[in-house]
Each structure stands twice: as structure tokens, then as C-alpha cells.
Write a protein that binds this ligand. Structure first.
Ligand code: SF4
Length: 383
């Protein structure tokens, strides 16, 4: 059965400040060739849709970086080009990541006008001291004001990103952030633990032993508190780090966890099309150059073997609360999960990290806390 491509990610790599924990592909906005970048993005989209056509997109996600570091006019240019270049489903999920303190009414009007119907704010925490610590420039007050304003302007599908396990973060600070979250018009929450990545301010501080991180036990306790309180307040956990009110699961993110194909546009973006993974050039100038030369901006392509697809299917699918559907696995690969991963499944069931129902294989509660251990056991075993 031919799989279609129905999701697109578009990367805006500019930020008005650089956070202490961030290793995303981004640069400081000042003096960057933003307009040239947008033109390159539009050309990349046109070229790609010509070579890899789609009947229509079900989801579009503009992320970053900080997409709202673009002016209203630049956003208008980009969004109108998207509409011109590719058909969108009538019920498309169209997300833009937005800065919790920098987004203007004018920008929000432009987004609304072009059918953006989901906003994602990188709030991280509602604690001002912690925000300063992690290098964010917004405050609890500006984040609250922005979310309420977006809601008043008609955005009724709002996600916030939260982080836990932050340096010096206490359980009480986390609980206060959750308390504020539940008082706001927020339909979806992504809550990730801090991971210290190389080449970040935090990494250097950690090497100098100047970073006071919560213990592993405290971090696990924070995760438990998040899961428990989200459940109590009507946000269903549908993936390890994602919670949504009824009807607000992110369809775009489900594309990744269902191991489906997607377009990726922009500097450093990844795509997965017709069995091949592509990686775009990361540096902005290089990306623009490749496009201007009439080429695709790929610096790496990888044909995904059937074995790799099955492994990815397991460790992505197990992230979902519904787990890996056994019939779907068989439909896609012509083999059962047990044909391929019998030992790994049996081992993790014995360890109490996986359980099996008639339809699916899912992580247990303990398995959610030790997800990486489970995912590892599915790597390199299918060949
Ligand atoms: S976390 Fe977001 S806003 Fe901060 S530097 Fe990274 S991409 Fe930019």
C-alpha cells in the first residue's frame, strides 16, 4: 500500500535571544538575511511539491527557532506562499510556534487570516526566577497575558511547552506552574525533562560543576506529579510527554510517532518521503546557496531499510499511550511484532516495563519512567 505524505514542518531558524539549554538549529536574528531565507523556503516548497506531490496536507507546523521573530509582513509572505503552493485539507491542523512575550496583535491577525488554528508557546515554566536561570527573556506575567490575548483573538487550540528537572527547580515550583497552567485557556501541554546537550551554556556550566540539577529521584517524582495532575485536570496523556484535552491531540506530532512520512523545509530540517530520510543543510547561508543554485538543499539522504522501519515503528509507537497496534504492524510489514521482536517483548514484559493486550503492546507505568531502556532493546535486533 502506497503511503502518502500529508504533514509538513517548516523551520524558521531565527531567535531574538539564545536560551541556555538550547541546541536547536537557530541563530541570533540580528543582521540575518531573513527575507532571502523566506524566498529560499518558498522555492524549496515549490520544488519539493513538484517532485514529491501530495493531494493535500492534513497538518502544517511552523517551528524554530522562533517563527514569530518574523515581522507580520514576512509572516504574510510565507503563509500566503504556503496556500498558493499546496492544497490544505479543510480541517488542516496548522500550528505556529510563538514567543510568549514577543508576539503582537498584528502578527496574530496575520496568522489567523491565513488559517493558523493552533499556537504553541515555549513557556517552559511560570516561575520568574527559573526563567531567568534558563536564559529566557519572558516573564510569568507576559506569558499569561500573551496566552489570554491569543485566546481572546480566537485561538482556541493552544499548546504550551513546559520543562522539568531544571537547575534549582523544586517540586513546589513545578506544582505552582501546573496550577497556573490549569487556570489558563490551554488545551495541550508538552512537558519535557531538561536534557543537557553539548555546546550549550548549561553543558559548560555542568562541566565546571556549577549546575545544581535535581536528583534523578526528584526528576522522576516531577514526572509522576505531572502525569497525575494532568489526568486529574482532564488532560489525557497520549504520549510520554504530551497531554491534551479531549479532541486536542496534536495530529502533526502523531505523524512522527506513527512513523508516517512528512516534508521538512528550511535550514537543518529533516524530511521522510517515500522511504527515504533527507537532512537539509543547517547553516543558513549554505541552505540559501544550494536553493539559489537550483538544487535541493539536502546534505544527507538515507534509504530506510525494512528492518530499520520496523525498529523505528516500535520505539516511536511505544511512546504513544495506545502503544503499537499489532494489526497495523502486520499490515505494514507483512510480519507480526512477535515474528520480529519476540525476545525483546518477552524480556520487557518480564521486567514489568511492557504489557500486551489483544490489540497492542504498550508501556506499563514503570515502563514510562524507564522508556529509554525499553526503546534500546528494540534496536539492532530485527536483522
Ligand atoms: S529554546 Fe527556542 S527561543 Fe530559546 S534559543 Fe532555542 S529555539 Fe530559540
Amino acid at each position: 500500500m502506497k503511503r502518502v505524505i500529508q504533514a509538513a514542518y517548516i523551520h524558521i531558524p531565527f531567535c531574538t535571544h539564545i536560551c541556555h539549554y538550547c541546541d536547536f538549529n537557530k541563530v541570533f536574528l540580528h543582521q540575518q538575511p531573513v527575507d532571502a531565507y523566506i524566498e529560499a523556503l518558498i522555492i524549496e516548497m515549490e520544488r519539493t511539491f513538484e517532485r514529491f506531490p501530495t493531494s493535500q496536507l492534513q497538518t502544517v507546523f511552523i517551528g524554530g527557532g522562533t517563527p514569530t521573530s518574523l515581522t507580520a509582513k514576512q509572516l504574510d509572505r510565507l503563509l500566503s506562499a504556503i496556500h498558493r503552493t499546496v492544497p490544505l485539507a479543510s480541517n488542516v491542523e496548522f500550528t505556529v510556534e510563538a514567543n510568549p512575550d514577543g508576539v503582537s496583535d498584528e502578527q496574530l491577525y496575520v496568522l489567523k487570516q491565513w488559517g493558523v488554528n493552533r499556537l504553541s508557546f515555549g513557556v517552559q515554566t511560570f516561575d520568574n526566577e527559573l526563567l531567568r536561570h534558563i536564559g529566557r527573556t519572558h516573564t510569568k506575567e507576559t506569558a499569561i497575558e500573551t496566552i489570554e490575548r491569543a485566546n481572546e483573538l480566537g485561538f482556541h487550540n493552544i499548546n504550551i511547552d513546559l520543562m522539568y528537572g531544571l537547575p534549582t527547580q523544586t517540586i513546589d515550583q513545578l506544582k505552582e506552574t501546573l496550577h497556573i497552567t490549569f487556570s489558563l485557556p490551554i488545551q495541550h501541554v508538552s512537558a519535557y525533562s531538561l536534557i543537557i546537550e553539548p555546546k550549550t551554556v548549561f553543558y559548560n556550566l555542568m562541566k565546571k560543576q556549577a549546575l545544581r540539577l535535581p536528583s534523578q529521584e526528584e526528576e522522576a517524582q516531577m514526572y509522576e506529579i505531572i502525569m497525575e495532575q494532568m489526568e486529574q485536570r482532564g488532560y489525557k496523556q497520549y504520549e510520554l510527554s504530551n497531554y491534551a484535552q479531549n479532541g486536542f491531540n496534536s495530529r502533526h506530532n502523531m505523524t512522527y510517532w506513527n512513523n508516517e512520512y512528512y516534508y521538512g523545509f528550511g535550514a537543518g530540517a529533516h524530511s521522510y518521503m517515500n522511504g527515504v530520510r533527507y537532512v537539509n543543510a543547517g547553516p543558513i547561508k549554505k541552505y540559501i546557496q544550494l536553493i539559489e543554485r537550483g538544487q535541493f538543499p539536502y546534505i544527507n539522504t538515507h534509504v530506510v531499510s525494512k528492518e530499520e522501519q520496523m525498529e523505528e515503528h516500535m520505539f516511536l509507537g511505544l511512546r504513544k499511550s495506545e502503544g503499537v497496534n499489532k494489526d497495523e504492524f502486520f499490515r505494514r510489514y507483512g510480519k507480526t511484532v512477535h515474528d520480529v521482536f519476540d525476545e525483546a517483548v518477552a524480556l520487557q514484559k518480564r521486567n514489568g516495563l511492557l504489557e500486551e493486550t489483544e490489540e497492542a503492546i504498550v508501556l506499563t507505568h514503570r515502563g514510562k519512567l524507564l522508556g529509554n531502556e525499553v526503546f534500546q532493546s528494540f534496536l539492532g535486533v530485527s536483522s
